[in-house]
Write a protein of this length. Structure first.
Length: 411
């Protein structure tokens, strides 16, 4: 049997492949070394870091200016009528005519309403009959008084002669006094009845209701055909609109700062830009309704009067009121935002920009203030620039380090 041998040639790696692989490794290592060396060289020869350029400091300042300033207590109230008269009928009856309308101006004595009286004729006749009866009684009582006086005179003579008893004398004297008392009582009843009759006669004649004062008719409740009672209802109101009163509820923490005679002024939405002024007349001592109870804040009504010659103001208008606590004209002022809590000596500190652009601390004293500005009593001069507190980065050191600082002055 013949043996078969595999004639395929077995090849082995050539001796030149190993040196090629090693060369690639050496090349990579060399590249890394070059990069590291370059980085070391760059690090050692890098330029020195430059300091950042300074940012210009922008200071916001405000100029000390002169202005009129006033300190006020502000509240909201209403305009009401100051002087008025309610007119009614003195007689009971039916209105036959109404001669005025609302808004009409009347003078004293002007005819307003005509009433047909309805006084009961029976009462008038009864009073007259009673008067006649009383006069008749008076005649009889006068006769009894004359008789009693004669009896007393007789008893007086008899007593002088000791010809009568003491009891008879005293009885005659008492009868005379009693008769005189009955006469006096009847005379009083007669006077009362005569007065009632005169009143009824006057009522019968009071059919014309005239204006008791001059003014403007602001309310009217009378109409023709209406039945009215005597002295029980107001048919109209006549008011003097040349002067009005402003009623203002003021909170308890503010009313203690008010005093009689101080100036007050107000504006109303009906006349934008127009102002009315007057003097505080009265502060009510009791709080308004529904205030000051169960922990609620108390409000007290304050009154002051204003002239209204052109009749522009009407009752019920709302009023934005300012009570002037203090006022200074041409005062040195700064914005209210610069005001801080004062120290023990009553002063506070602000920073002022000098002419050389530097900041210096200054102590100032504050006076009155309004909603926007405060009065400077001492420490500042007109035109000086005061640093606003809104820029905390602006310090004296920063200001001196930057000669080109920019300032914004608030006018």
């Amino acid at each position: 049997m013949t043996e078969q041998h595999d004639t395929t040639e077995h090849t082995t790696p050539s001796a030149t492949s190993a040196p090629s692989h090693k060369g690639a490794l050496w090349g990579g290592a060399t590249l890394v070394l070059v990069l590291v060396a370059g980085g070391v060289f760059f690090w050692q020869n890098r330029p020195a870091p430059q300091p950042p350029k300074p940012v210009p400091v922008k200071l916001e300042t405000v100029k000390v200016e002169k202005a009129d300033i006033e300190q006020v207590v502000n509240a909201t109230g209403n305009v009401v009528v100051q002087n008025y008269v309610d007119v009614g009928s003195k007689v009971a009856g039916q209105i036959s005519d109404v001669d005025v309308v609302i808004g009409e101006t009347v003078k004293p004595g002007r005819l307003l309403v005509t009433v047909s009286p309805a006084v009961q004729n029976g009462r008038i006749e009864s009073n007259r009959a009673q008067l006649a009866r009383l006069k008749a009684e008076l005649a009889g009582q006068n006769a009894q008084l004359d008789f009693a006086q004669l009896q007393f005179q007789r008893q007086t003579q008899l007593k002088a002669e000791n010809a009568t008893r003491e009891e008879s004398y005293e009885s005659s004297r008492m009868n005379m006094y009693a008769a005189a008392a009955r006469v006096d009582a009847t005379n009083a009843q007669i006077q009362q009845t005569e007065a009632a009759i005169k009143e009824d006669d006057a009522i019968q004649k009071q059919t014309r209701i005239e204006a008791p004062v001059g003014g403007t008719v602001v309310t009217l409740n009378a109409r023709a055909g209406q039945m009215v009672a005597a002295n029980q209802e107001a048919l109209m109101r006549i008011a003097d609109l040349s002067r009005m009163t402003v009623q203002v509820p003021v909170a308890e923490e503010d009313v203690t700062r008010l005093q009689k005679g101080m100036t007050a002024y107000f504006t109303t939405p009906g006349y934008p830009g127009k102002r009315w002024s007057g003097k505080l007349r009265q502060i009510m001592l009791l709080p308004t309704d529904d205030s000051g109870r169960q922990g609620k804040k108390a409000f007290y009504t304050v009154l002051f009067d204003v002239a209204n010659p052109s009749r522009e103001l009407m009752s019920g208008m709302s009023a934005d009121v300012y009570f002037v606590l203090a006022r200074v004209e041409h005062a040195l002022t700064i914005p209210l935002s610069l005001v801080t809590k004062p120290g023990m000596d009553g002063t506070q500190s602000v920073r002022v920009v000098s002419e050389g652009g530097k900041l210096e601390s200054r102590k100032i004293k504050i006076g009155i203030r309004d909603s926007e500005r405060a009065q400077v009593i001492s420490g500042l001069k007109e035109g000086e620039q005061v640093l606003m507190p809104a820029n905390p980065a602006a310090t004296p050191a920063a200001a001196t380090a930057q000669p080109q600082m920019q300032m914004q002055a608030r006018q």
